[in-house]
Design a protein. Structure first.
Length: 152
């Protein structure tokens, strides 16, 4: 079995080199220029759609567009070196942020969680203020929500 090394982060090529690819099936695609072009276009379209969908879904309650952005970047990084470099930066930033948050006191973590929860609630309230209270909610919830400012 061949020894795996980490990809060269200083290489300025646009696409990944064959030696940077750890999958045999993709090395075979790269051997045929026509298949490789079609594959690159497909990877670019799928990754681009995921990255574009990220901000479009970012306002929705929950994790929003962050997972879509990371997934799109991962798809693009499978073929394009610029995306791979950006993905490495994002991974490094997340690792640094996770380490920093892990060192914070419990009261600050709880305060951050409460703040995030309140942001989600405000986002849902604004969403329903613009589009209306969904009819599929239980009647007791709809009655309560219609009593709130902007939703009545």
């Amino acid at each position: 079995m061949a020894e795996q090394t980490s990809p060269d982060r200083t290489d300025d090529n646009i696409t990944l080199d064959a030696q940077d690819d750890r999958w045999e099936w993709r090395r075979k695609i790269r051997a045929n220029p026509r298949k490789h072009l079609i594959y690159r276009i497909g990877v670019g379209v799928v990754g681009g759609i995921l990255v574009i969908a990220a901000p479009l879904t970012g306002w929705l309650p929950g994790p929003g567009g962050i997972p879509l952005f990371i997934a799109g970047l991962a798809v693009l990084a499978s073929e394009f070196e610029w995306a791979q470099r950006l993905l490495y930066r994002v991974k490094d930033w997340v690792k640094t942020f996770t380490t920093w948050t892990g060192k914070q006191p419990a009261w600050l973590k709880a305060l951050g969680t409460l703040f995030l929860f309140l942001c989600v609630l405000v986002g849902m309230w604004l969403y329903m203020g613009v589009l209306g209270v969904p009819g599929w909610l239980p009647d007791s919830w709809e009655t309560f929500l219609h009593k709130l400012p902007l939703l009545g």
